[in-house]
Ligand binder design. Structure first.
Ligand SMILES: Cc1cc2nc3c(=O)[nH]c(=O)nc-3n(C[C@H](O)[C@H](O)[C@H](O)COP(=O)(O)OP(=O)(O)OC[C@H]3O[C@@H](n4cnc5c(N)ncnc54)[C@H](O)[C@@H]3O)c2cc1C
Ligand code: SF4
Ligand code: SF4
Length: 477
């Protein structure tokens, strides 16, 4: 193969074979070796207008770290990655790599393996760095929720010298990312990321649920100057069908959290997962691993092409023995004191509407029954806002997390902000926006202009602010 041809062939990511990987929860994708990482990074064109950076919600300078990996300088690559991405250890395993969809090489061959190169930087370079705060501001901000949005906001505010207290109802940080199965994220990656926060004035209070007794108003009365609600969407949505309270019906988020905590050893013999998103595919692949030999299927009301989980995950699940049913919508769960089956309505695609989109519509009188003893419901989540005051006027979007009603994410109550995101990196971007708004709000009260993010490693010059759109030139550590 010529050098020019080699440019269009991605270095394969080492992968555990399907027959072996379904024996347990061992990680499926393995890291590149140093040589493999350098070869893959060398395919990058170092574009003057890097679409990859533009597509990253936190505008990570991936072009920059890829260039450093290509030159063999893994320490500098890790440092550059961590400069704008405090959850790099987590994201190098689980980011949905929006950058790769935009990479120019996708149009010429296969995109650069940008996420795997982030992993190479983090694991082959020195990522044991510590963040350094600016001079203390002597003002405290409360963050409710230790998911990616809350953690990113805590980092941004901590770097700017604020004291931050993060209230989290669970015993650990990470939010929904804690439910990601170990075959995708095996070691406590969020904990590793939080190690680098230790010099920042960020305090975590676990097992503390905000709501009736701990409201934004009581927090402000206690002296917090602003509150950021980053509570995500932690309550499962219900399909509202007969039979959903039968024993054996499980909600996916609880199921995955329990599996990760070793609380579930085995499921039934015929397992149906209802849903087509990432949570559904994680559930179905976990079910395969928990119940060897069981019949495990995933049922989605739309087509394979429209499944939100995406082709990559379906491609990995198929050889693991998962059976997929498309265009079936749940109607009822059968059984009296245990599940005996589940009835679905057959669906079909309607003709395209004015926008070209094809809705799915029921086929009259067309039903199918799937025999099963376990049903895992993975049709989405919504926010758990029990006890939150109505005067916040929180907006709940289609994906379930609450947002403030003002463009800067402030709610109807002054000083209280709220947002979240549809993926780890989107939630982090939301955390950045909220922290910038909080900083601008608090500094304005003191007659000061907002400041850009300081150098996270204590340098006197703030790193270049990546503008909306295209990135700044390659940065060298
Ligand atoms: C199974 C699963 C797999 C996923 N896989 C991926 C993936 O591979 N890649 C990816 O990018 N994204 C993935 N996601 C999505 C991603 O995890 C979420 O988009 C992201 O975590 C949202 O972040 P957030 O901070 O907005 O909210 P959350 O992560 O939901 O965090 C909110 C936090 O607030 C806490 N909280 C809620 N209410 C209260 C309260 N009243 N008081 C105190 N604390 C409260 C919650 O316990 C939680 O810790 C996955 C999600 C799930 C469920
Ligand atoms: S954080 Fe995600 S989208 Fe951004 S550069 Fe890394 S892999 Fe790509
Ligand atoms: S778009 Fe692709 S080829 Fe261009 S700099 Fe980004 S990763 Fe490299």
């Amino acid at each position: 193969m010529s050098y020019a041809e080699a440019r269009y062939h991605r270095i394969s990511v080492p992968e555990e074979p399907p027959v072996e990987r379904i024996q347990g929860f061992d990680e499926v994708l393995r890291a590149y070796s140093k040589e493999q990482a350098i070869m893959e990074a060398s395919r990058c064109l170092q574009c003057a207008l890097p679409f990859c950076v533009e597509a990253c919600p936190i505008t990570q300078d991936c072009r920059g770290y890829i260039g450093l990996v290509a030159s063999g300088d893994f320490d500098a690559a890790a440092r550059l990655t961590l400069r704008e991405n405090p959850l790099s250890t987590t994201l190098c395993k689980v980011c949905y790599h929006y950058c790769e969809d935009a990479c120019i090489m996708k149009h010429k061959g296969i995109p650069i393996a940008i996420r795997h190169l982030k992993r190479a930087a983090m694991e082959l370079g020195n990522s044991q760095l510590e963040y350094v705060p600016s001079a203390p501001r002597n003002q405290r901000v409360a963050v409710v929720g230790a998911g990616p949005a809350g953690l990113m906001a805590a980092w941004e505010l901590g770097l700017r010298g604020y004291g931050v207290t993060v209230f989290e109802k669970m015993p650990v940080a990470g939010g929904q990312a804690e439910a990601i199965p170990q075959y995708r994220m095996p070691n406590n990656e969020v904990v590793a990321d939080l190690e680098r926060f230790k010099n920042l004035d960020v305090t975590f209070v676990y097992g503390e649920k905000a709501g009736a007794n701990l409201t934004p108003h009581t927090l402000m009365a206690e002296g917090y100057r602003a509150v950021y609600l980053a509570v995500g969407a932690s309550k499962p949505s219900s399909p509202n069908i007969p039979g959903e309270s039968l024993p054996g019906v499980i909600y996916a988020l609880d199921f995955l959290l329990d599996v990760n905590q070793g609380k579930i050893a085995k499921l039934g013999n015929r397992i149906v997962v209802v849903g087509g998103g990432d949570v559904a595919i994680d559930s179905v692949r976990s079910a395969v691993r928990l119940s060897p030999g069981a019949h495990v299927s995933m049922v989605y009301r739309r087509t394979k092409a429209e499944a939100p989980c995406g082709p990559e995950e379906i491609h990995e699940a198929e050889p693991e023995g998962v059976e997929f049913h498309w265009l079936l919508s749940p109607v009822k769960i059968l059984g009296v004191d245990r599940i005996e089956g589940m009835v679905f309505q057959k669906m079909e695609l309607a003709p395209p509407d004015a926008s070209g989109r094809r809705a799915v519509v029921p086929i009259p009188n067309a039903f199918v029954t799937l025999e099963c003893d376990t049903v895992i419901v993975a049709i989405g989540q919504t926010a758990d806002l029990d006890g939150f005051p109505a005067d916040l006027q929180l907006k709940i979007g289609s994906k379930g997390w609450p947002e403030g009603s003002h463009p800067d994410t402030m709610t109807a109550v002054e000083g209280v902000f709220a947002s979240g995101g549809k993926s780890v990196v989107h939630a982090m971007a939301a955390g950045t926006r909220a922290a910038e708004s909080i900083d601008a709000y608090l500094r304005k009260k003191d007659g000061l202009p907002p400041i850009p993010r300081p150098d996270p490693f204590g340098g006197s010059v703030p790193p270049p602010k990546t503008p909306e759109g295209y990135s700044t030139p390659v940065w060298r550590a």
